[in-house]
Design a binder for this molecule. Structure first.
Ligand code: THU
Length: 140
């Protein structure tokens, strides 16, 4: 589990990333900050589309930025989400598709998903807790 300072700093970066959310249709803004194995942090926001289905979640934006720059080992991700212009009142746990993308690159018992309302109010779960018995490369 990342230490308190690392968690708080990842949440701050996720909050920053959320300001770039392109979400004119749902007006639900999500930000993510993904900590790679080498310490680099990749930020992501949700990016919506008028055709709806091409929409990309904040978590996957961060993963795809990292993988496209050669990183395939990860330690943790912080996620913040909430309605535009309102206070964040709920934890934004990742959707099923994003959990499956995490499954591709992360060790389920050693990848930490931090969902936050603020830098000091958060919940931490492993990928294994959020995607039990997940399907991955080891199953093939
Ligand atoms: N969204 C994310 O960015 N991450 C999730 O894990 C769930 C949903 C986005 C997609 C869409 O732009 C908006 O939130 C509402 O579903």
């Amino acid at each position: 589990m990342p230490d308190k300072n690392t968690i708080e700093s990842l949440i701050e970066k996720a909050l920053d990333a959320r300001t770039f959310s392109y979400s004119p249709y749902s007006e639900y803004q999500v930000g993510a900050a993904l900590l790679a194995g080498d310490g680099t942090v990749y930020m992501g926001c949700n990016i919506e589309n008028a055709a709806y289905s091409p929409t990309n979640c904040a978590e996957r934006t961060a993963f795809f930025k990292a993988v496209s720059e050669g990183k395939i080992e990860f330690r943790a991700i912080a996620i913040v989400g909430g309605a535009k212009g309102k206070e964040i009142t709920k934890y934004a746990y990742p959707c099923g598709v994003c959990r499956q993308v995490m499954m591709e690159f992360c060790r389920p018992d050693d990848f930490y998903i931090i969902v936050a309302k603020s830098a000091t109010e958060y919940d931490v779960k492993t990928l294994e807790e959020l995607l039990p018995d997940g399907f991955g490369a080891a199953n093939l």
